[in-house]
Design a protein around this ligand. Structure first.
Ligand SMILES: *Cc1c(COP(=O)(O)O)cnc(C)c1O
Length: 385
Protein backbone atom coordinates (compact mmCIF):
# COMPACT_ATOMS: atom_id res chain seq x y z
CA UNK A 1 0.00 0.00 0.00
CA UNK A 2 1.23 3.49 -0.84
CA UNK A 3 0.92 6.51 1.43
CA UNK A 4 -2.48 7.90 0.38
CA UNK A 5 -4.02 4.42 0.39
CA UNK A 6 -2.70 3.71 3.89
CA UNK A 7 -4.10 7.01 5.14
CA UNK A 8 -7.56 5.89 4.05
CA UNK A 9 -7.41 2.13 4.68
CA UNK A 10 -4.85 1.24 7.38
CA UNK A 11 -6.69 0.31 10.57
CA UNK A 12 -9.97 1.29 8.95
CA UNK A 13 -11.69 -1.85 7.69
CA UNK A 14 -15.45 -2.24 8.03
CA UNK A 15 -16.64 -2.54 11.64
CA UNK A 16 -16.76 -6.27 12.51
CA UNK A 17 -20.04 -6.09 14.45
CA UNK A 18 -22.16 -3.88 12.16
CA UNK A 19 -20.34 -3.51 8.86
CA UNK A 20 -20.13 0.26 9.38
CA UNK A 21 -17.78 1.48 6.64
CA UNK A 22 -16.33 4.19 8.86
CA UNK A 23 -14.73 3.23 12.17
CA UNK A 24 -17.34 4.02 14.86
CA UNK A 25 -16.69 6.30 17.83
CA UNK A 26 -16.56 3.68 20.59
CA UNK A 27 -17.66 6.01 23.37
CA UNK A 28 -17.20 3.50 26.17
CA UNK A 29 -14.86 3.29 29.13
CA UNK A 30 -15.31 -0.43 29.73
CA UNK A 31 -16.15 -3.74 28.02
CA UNK A 32 -18.40 -6.59 29.14
CA UNK A 33 -16.53 -9.85 29.62
CA UNK A 34 -18.03 -13.25 28.73
CA UNK A 35 -16.38 -14.82 31.79
CA UNK A 36 -13.59 -13.64 34.06
CA UNK A 37 -10.70 -12.71 31.77
CA UNK A 38 -12.59 -13.76 28.62
CA UNK A 39 -13.08 -10.73 26.38
CA UNK A 40 -12.53 -9.46 22.83
CA UNK A 41 -9.16 -7.84 23.51
CA UNK A 42 -10.52 -4.76 25.25
CA UNK A 43 -11.09 -4.44 28.99
CA UNK A 44 -10.72 -0.74 29.84
CA UNK A 45 -10.37 2.27 27.52
CA UNK A 46 -7.24 3.76 29.09
CA UNK A 47 -5.47 0.54 28.09
CA UNK A 48 -7.12 0.15 24.67
CA UNK A 49 -10.12 1.48 22.77
CA UNK A 50 -11.12 0.37 19.25
CA UNK A 51 -11.38 3.91 17.83
CA UNK A 52 -8.00 4.84 19.28
CA UNK A 53 -6.51 1.57 18.04
CA UNK A 54 -7.68 2.36 14.49
CA UNK A 55 -5.92 5.74 14.69
CA UNK A 56 -2.77 4.13 16.08
CA UNK A 57 -2.70 1.60 13.24
CA UNK A 58 -3.26 4.34 10.66
CA UNK A 59 -0.48 6.58 12.03
CA UNK A 60 2.01 3.71 12.38
CA UNK A 61 1.34 2.76 8.74
CA UNK A 62 2.05 6.32 7.60
CA UNK A 63 5.54 6.10 9.16
CA UNK A 64 6.04 2.63 7.65
CA UNK A 65 6.22 1.23 11.18
CA UNK A 66 4.50 -1.52 13.11
CA UNK A 67 3.64 0.31 16.33
CA UNK A 68 1.87 3.54 17.22
CA UNK A 69 0.62 5.07 20.45
CA UNK A 70 -1.86 7.95 20.38
CA UNK A 71 -1.91 10.58 23.13
CA UNK A 72 -4.12 13.41 24.32
CA UNK A 73 -1.59 16.00 23.10
CA UNK A 74 1.82 16.31 21.48
CA UNK A 75 3.46 17.06 24.81
CA UNK A 76 1.81 13.96 26.33
CA UNK A 77 3.45 11.92 23.54
CA UNK A 78 6.80 13.60 24.28
CA UNK A 79 6.41 12.92 28.01
CA UNK A 80 5.72 9.22 27.36
CA UNK A 81 8.80 8.86 25.15
CA UNK A 82 11.13 10.60 27.60
CA UNK A 83 9.31 8.76 30.40
CA UNK A 84 10.98 5.50 29.33
CA UNK A 85 14.27 6.90 30.73
CA UNK A 86 15.44 6.74 34.34
CA UNK A 87 16.95 9.17 36.79
CA UNK A 88 20.60 9.87 35.90
CA UNK A 89 20.10 9.28 32.16
CA UNK A 90 21.41 11.97 29.85
CA UNK A 91 19.54 13.42 26.86
CA UNK A 92 21.02 15.54 24.07
CA UNK A 93 18.47 18.02 22.74
CA UNK A 94 18.52 20.42 19.79
CA UNK A 95 18.50 23.95 21.18
CA UNK A 96 16.09 25.25 18.53
CA UNK A 97 13.07 23.57 20.07
CA UNK A 98 9.32 23.79 20.55
CA UNK A 99 8.88 25.88 23.73
CA UNK A 100 6.58 23.34 25.41
CA UNK A 101 9.17 20.59 24.92
CA UNK A 102 11.84 22.78 26.52
CA UNK A 103 9.52 23.50 29.46
CA UNK A 104 8.68 19.82 29.93
CA UNK A 105 12.34 18.75 29.84
CA UNK A 106 13.75 21.55 32.01
CA UNK A 107 10.98 22.16 34.52
CA UNK A 108 9.49 18.68 34.90
CA UNK A 109 11.92 15.92 33.93
CA UNK A 110 14.92 17.97 35.07
CA UNK A 111 13.51 17.79 38.61
CA UNK A 112 13.36 13.99 38.37
CA UNK A 113 17.09 13.64 37.78
CA UNK A 114 17.20 13.41 33.98
CA UNK A 115 20.03 15.45 32.50
CA UNK A 116 19.55 17.55 29.37
CA UNK A 117 22.23 19.15 27.22
CA UNK A 118 20.94 21.65 24.66
CA UNK A 119 23.17 22.04 21.64
CA UNK A 120 23.17 23.40 18.11
CA UNK A 121 22.58 20.18 16.17
CA UNK A 122 23.45 21.75 12.84
CA UNK A 123 27.02 21.37 14.18
CA UNK A 124 27.54 17.59 13.94
CA UNK A 125 30.92 17.67 15.66
CA UNK A 126 29.16 19.28 18.63
CA UNK A 127 26.74 16.34 18.76
CA UNK A 128 29.62 13.87 18.82
CA UNK A 129 31.30 15.77 21.66
CA UNK A 130 28.10 15.90 23.71
CA UNK A 131 27.68 12.11 23.83
CA UNK A 132 28.57 10.64 27.26
CA UNK A 133 28.43 7.10 28.66
CA UNK A 134 25.12 8.03 30.34
CA UNK A 135 23.58 9.39 27.12
CA UNK A 136 20.40 7.40 26.48
CA UNK A 137 18.48 9.62 24.07
CA UNK A 138 18.97 12.26 21.39
CA UNK A 139 15.96 14.52 20.86
CA UNK A 140 15.81 16.07 17.40
CA UNK A 141 13.29 18.56 16.09
CA UNK A 142 13.44 19.17 12.34
CA UNK A 143 12.48 21.50 10.73
CA UNK A 144 12.47 23.83 13.72
CA UNK A 145 10.03 26.40 14.89
CA UNK A 146 10.16 29.25 13.93
CA UNK A 147 13.59 29.49 12.25
CA UNK A 148 12.99 26.57 9.89
CA UNK A 149 16.44 25.07 10.35
CA UNK A 150 17.14 21.39 9.80
CA UNK A 151 18.99 18.64 11.65
CA UNK A 152 20.62 15.85 9.61
CA UNK A 153 18.76 12.84 11.08
CA UNK A 154 20.89 10.29 9.20
CA UNK A 155 24.18 11.75 10.41
CA UNK A 156 23.07 12.06 14.04
CA UNK A 157 21.63 8.52 14.10
CA UNK A 158 24.86 7.11 12.66
CA UNK A 159 26.82 8.87 15.40
CA UNK A 160 24.72 7.47 18.25
CA UNK A 161 23.97 3.84 17.39
CA UNK A 162 23.26 2.73 20.98
CA UNK A 163 21.18 5.75 21.87
CA UNK A 164 17.43 6.19 21.32
CA UNK A 165 17.07 8.77 18.55
CA UNK A 166 13.70 10.53 18.81
CA UNK A 167 12.50 12.95 16.13
CA UNK A 168 9.71 15.49 16.56
CA UNK A 169 8.57 15.51 12.93
CA UNK A 170 5.46 17.66 13.45
CA UNK A 171 6.38 20.33 10.87
CA UNK A 172 7.30 17.89 8.11
CA UNK A 173 4.57 15.25 8.70
CA UNK A 174 5.07 11.64 7.53
CA UNK A 175 4.15 12.78 4.03
CA UNK A 176 7.36 14.78 3.61
CA UNK A 177 9.76 13.12 6.06
CA UNK A 178 10.28 9.52 7.21
CA UNK A 179 12.66 9.71 10.19
CA UNK A 180 12.57 5.95 10.91
CA UNK A 181 13.93 5.24 7.44
CA UNK A 182 16.72 7.74 8.13
CA UNK A 183 17.80 5.80 11.24
CA UNK A 184 15.65 7.31 14.01
CA UNK A 185 14.12 4.95 16.59
CA UNK A 186 10.91 6.82 17.35
CA UNK A 187 8.92 9.63 15.74
CA UNK A 188 6.77 12.05 17.72
CA UNK A 189 3.99 14.20 16.29
CA UNK A 190 1.71 16.84 17.60
CA UNK A 191 -1.30 15.58 15.64
CA UNK A 192 -2.95 18.86 16.63
CA UNK A 193 -1.14 20.34 13.65
CA UNK A 194 -1.04 18.90 10.09
CA UNK A 195 -2.15 15.35 10.87
CA UNK A 196 -5.46 16.48 12.40
CA UNK A 197 -5.25 19.35 9.94
CA UNK A 198 -8.42 21.29 10.77
CA UNK A 199 -7.55 23.11 14.02
CA UNK A 200 -10.35 21.34 15.86
CA UNK A 201 -8.60 18.71 18.00
CA UNK A 202 -5.51 18.46 20.23
CA UNK A 203 -3.53 15.22 20.09
CA UNK A 204 -0.16 13.53 19.80
CA UNK A 205 1.47 10.30 18.70
CA UNK A 206 4.65 8.29 19.16
CA UNK A 207 5.53 5.78 16.44
CA UNK A 208 8.28 3.18 16.33
CA UNK A 209 9.24 -0.07 14.64
CA UNK A 210 11.21 -1.27 17.68
CA UNK A 211 9.11 -3.71 19.72
CA UNK A 212 10.91 -3.16 23.05
CA UNK A 213 10.68 0.61 22.72
CA UNK A 214 7.00 0.27 21.80
CA UNK A 215 6.33 -1.85 24.90
CA UNK A 216 8.05 0.77 27.05
CA UNK A 217 6.08 3.66 25.51
CA UNK A 218 2.83 1.70 25.68
CA UNK A 219 3.56 1.04 29.37
CA UNK A 220 3.94 4.81 29.87
CA UNK A 221 0.71 5.43 27.95
CA UNK A 222 -1.24 3.05 30.17
CA UNK A 223 0.52 3.99 33.42
CA UNK A 224 0.51 7.79 33.10
CA UNK A 225 -2.73 7.71 31.11
CA UNK A 226 -2.40 10.61 28.65
CA UNK A 227 -4.75 8.98 26.14
CA UNK A 228 -7.11 10.72 23.69
CA UNK A 229 -10.84 10.16 24.04
CA UNK A 230 -12.63 8.28 21.24
CA UNK A 231 -14.07 11.43 19.62
CA UNK A 232 -10.64 13.09 19.48
CA UNK A 233 -9.11 9.90 18.07
CA UNK A 234 -11.85 9.74 15.44
CA UNK A 235 -11.45 13.40 14.42
CA UNK A 236 -7.68 12.96 14.11
CA UNK A 237 -8.15 9.84 11.99
CA UNK A 238 -10.61 11.64 9.73
CA UNK A 239 -8.17 14.52 9.31
CA UNK A 240 -5.27 12.20 8.52
CA UNK A 241 -7.17 10.57 5.63
CA UNK A 242 -6.51 13.68 3.52
CA UNK A 243 -2.96 14.35 4.75
CA UNK A 244 -1.29 13.72 1.36
CA UNK A 245 -3.75 15.91 -0.49
CA UNK A 246 -3.44 18.74 2.00
CA UNK A 247 0.34 18.60 2.30
CA UNK A 248 0.82 18.85 -1.45
CA UNK A 249 -1.34 21.96 -1.49
CA UNK A 250 0.25 23.47 1.67
CA UNK A 251 3.70 23.04 0.13
CA UNK A 252 2.67 24.38 -3.27
CA UNK A 253 1.16 27.50 -1.69
CA UNK A 254 4.05 27.97 0.76
CA UNK A 255 6.65 27.70 -2.02
CA UNK A 256 4.82 30.34 -4.06
CA UNK A 257 4.32 32.62 -1.05
CA UNK A 258 8.02 32.21 -0.10
CA UNK A 259 9.11 33.11 -3.62
CA UNK A 260 6.76 36.09 -3.75
CA UNK A 261 8.03 37.41 -0.41
CA UNK A 262 11.70 36.72 -1.18
CA UNK A 263 11.44 38.88 -4.30
CA UNK A 264 9.59 41.72 -2.54
CA UNK A 265 11.64 44.87 -1.79
CA UNK A 266 9.93 45.37 1.59
CA UNK A 267 11.02 41.95 2.87
CA UNK A 268 14.39 41.52 4.52
CA UNK A 269 14.58 37.73 4.71
CA UNK A 270 12.46 34.62 4.19
CA UNK A 271 13.13 31.35 6.03
CA UNK A 272 11.79 28.43 3.99
CA UNK A 273 13.69 25.18 3.27
CA UNK A 274 12.31 25.15 -0.28
CA UNK A 275 14.20 28.31 -1.27
CA UNK A 276 17.68 27.77 -2.78
CA UNK A 277 18.87 30.61 -0.49
CA UNK A 278 18.02 28.52 2.61
CA UNK A 279 21.40 27.53 4.12
CA UNK A 280 20.30 23.88 4.35
CA UNK A 281 18.40 23.63 1.08
CA UNK A 282 20.57 20.70 -0.05
CA UNK A 283 19.92 18.77 3.19
CA UNK A 284 16.22 19.56 2.88
CA UNK A 285 16.18 18.07 -0.63
CA UNK A 286 17.93 14.94 0.64
CA UNK A 287 16.01 14.45 3.86
CA UNK A 288 12.52 15.61 2.92
CA UNK A 289 10.36 14.86 -0.11
CA UNK A 290 8.74 18.31 0.12
CA UNK A 291 9.29 21.46 2.13
CA UNK A 292 6.01 21.84 4.01
CA UNK A 293 3.70 24.75 4.67
CA UNK A 294 5.57 26.73 7.32
CA UNK A 295 7.75 29.76 6.71
CA UNK A 296 9.06 32.75 8.61
CA UNK A 297 10.03 36.21 7.43
CA UNK A 298 11.47 39.49 8.62
CA UNK A 299 10.05 42.73 7.31
CA UNK A 300 12.16 45.77 6.57
CA UNK A 301 11.38 48.60 8.96
CA UNK A 302 10.91 48.73 12.71
CA UNK A 303 9.31 46.42 15.27
CA UNK A 304 6.09 48.42 15.12
CA UNK A 305 5.63 47.48 11.50
CA UNK A 306 5.90 43.77 12.25
CA UNK A 307 3.35 44.18 15.04
CA UNK A 308 0.96 46.14 12.80
CA UNK A 309 1.29 43.84 9.77
CA UNK A 310 -1.15 41.11 10.95
CA UNK A 311 -3.87 43.74 11.51
CA UNK A 312 -4.09 44.30 7.75
CA UNK A 313 -4.55 40.66 6.80
CA UNK A 314 -7.94 39.21 5.98
CA UNK A 315 -7.17 35.52 5.41
CA UNK A 316 -4.16 34.96 7.67
CA UNK A 317 -5.65 34.91 11.20
CA UNK A 318 -3.43 36.07 14.03
CA UNK A 319 -3.17 32.91 16.13
CA UNK A 320 -0.83 30.41 17.70
CA UNK A 321 -0.73 26.82 16.42
CA UNK A 322 -0.30 25.77 12.79
CA UNK A 323 -1.04 23.12 10.23
CA UNK A 324 -4.76 23.68 9.69
CA UNK A 325 -6.35 24.24 6.28
CA UNK A 326 -6.70 27.95 7.12
CA UNK A 327 -3.74 30.33 6.98
CA UNK A 328 -2.37 31.73 10.23
CA UNK A 329 0.21 34.34 11.15
CA UNK A 330 1.99 34.67 14.45
CA UNK A 331 4.51 36.99 16.06
CA UNK A 332 6.78 34.41 17.76
CA UNK A 333 8.64 36.84 20.05
CA UNK A 334 5.37 38.02 21.62
CA UNK A 335 3.34 34.83 21.23
CA UNK A 336 4.72 31.28 20.94
CA UNK A 337 8.23 32.15 22.16
CA UNK A 338 7.34 34.85 24.68
CA UNK A 339 8.56 32.74 27.59
CA UNK A 340 12.16 32.54 26.27
CA UNK A 341 14.36 35.36 27.63
CA UNK A 342 14.81 38.15 25.05
CA UNK A 343 18.58 37.76 24.76
CA UNK A 344 18.38 33.99 24.21
CA UNK A 345 15.50 34.47 21.77
CA UNK A 346 17.34 37.03 19.66
CA UNK A 347 20.47 34.89 19.60
CA UNK A 348 18.34 32.31 17.80
CA UNK A 349 17.01 34.92 15.36
CA UNK A 350 13.58 35.28 16.97
CA UNK A 351 13.57 39.09 16.89
CA UNK A 352 10.59 41.41 17.23
CA UNK A 353 10.61 41.78 13.45
CA UNK A 354 10.10 38.08 12.79
CA UNK A 355 6.70 36.78 11.66
CA UNK A 356 5.74 33.15 11.12
CA UNK A 357 3.19 31.99 8.56
CA UNK A 358 1.29 28.73 8.50
CA UNK A 359 0.28 28.80 4.83
CA UNK A 360 -3.13 27.23 4.39
CA UNK A 361 -4.78 25.71 1.37
CA UNK A 362 -6.93 28.68 0.35
CA UNK A 363 -6.60 29.98 -3.20
CA UNK A 364 -3.03 31.14 -3.79
CA UNK A 365 -4.06 34.42 -5.50
CA UNK A 366 -6.13 35.36 -2.45
CA UNK A 367 -3.24 34.63 -0.09
CA UNK A 368 -0.69 36.60 -2.09
CA UNK A 369 -3.18 39.44 -2.58
CA UNK A 370 -3.71 39.51 1.19
CA UNK A 371 0.02 39.75 1.89
CA UNK A 372 0.47 42.43 -0.79
CA UNK A 373 -2.30 44.56 0.77
CA UNK A 374 -0.71 44.30 4.23
CA UNK A 375 2.76 45.14 2.87
CA UNK A 376 1.40 48.22 1.14
CA UNK A 377 -0.70 49.30 4.12
CA UNK A 378 2.18 49.05 6.59
CA UNK A 379 4.51 50.79 4.17
CA UNK A 380 2.18 53.80 4.16
CA UNK A 381 1.82 53.78 7.94
CA UNK A 382 5.54 53.76 8.63
CA UNK A 383 6.60 56.05 5.74
CA UNK A 384 8.20 59.27 7.02
CA UNK A 385 5.76 62.22 6.94
C1 LIG B 1 2.58 22.01 18.90
C2 LIG B 1 3.85 21.28 18.94
C3 LIG B 1 4.15 20.39 19.97
C4 LIG B 1 3.22 20.15 21.14
O1 LIG B 1 2.03 19.58 20.75
P1 LIG B 1 0.63 19.82 21.52
O2 LIG B 1 -0.32 19.05 20.70
O3 LIG B 1 0.37 21.31 21.50
O4 LIG B 1 0.79 19.33 22.91
C5 LIG B 1 5.35 19.70 19.91
N1 LIG B 1 6.23 19.91 18.92
C6 LIG B 1 5.98 20.78 17.90
C7 LIG B 1 7.00 20.95 16.83
C8 LIG B 1 4.79 21.50 17.89
O5 LIG B 1 4.56 22.36 16.89
Amino acid sequence: MKFSTKAIHAGQGADPTTGATIVPIYQTSTYTQDAVGVHKGFDYSRTANPTRRALETQLAALENARFGCAFSSGVAATAAVVGVLSSGDHVIVSNDLYGGTYRLFSNVFGRYGLQFTYIDMTDLEGVRKAIRPSTKMVWIETPTNPMMSLVDICAVAAMAPDVIVAVDSTFATPYFQQPLELGADVVVHSTTKYIGGHSDVVGGAAITDNKDLYEAIKFQQNSAGGVPGPIDAWLTMRGAKTLALRMREHARNAQAVAEYLAAHPEIERVYYPGLPTHPQHELAKRQMSGFGGMLSLTLKGDDARALAFPNHLKYFSLAESLGGVESLICHPARMTHGSIPKEERERRGVTDRLLRLSVGIEDLDDLIGDLRTALEATQRETAPA
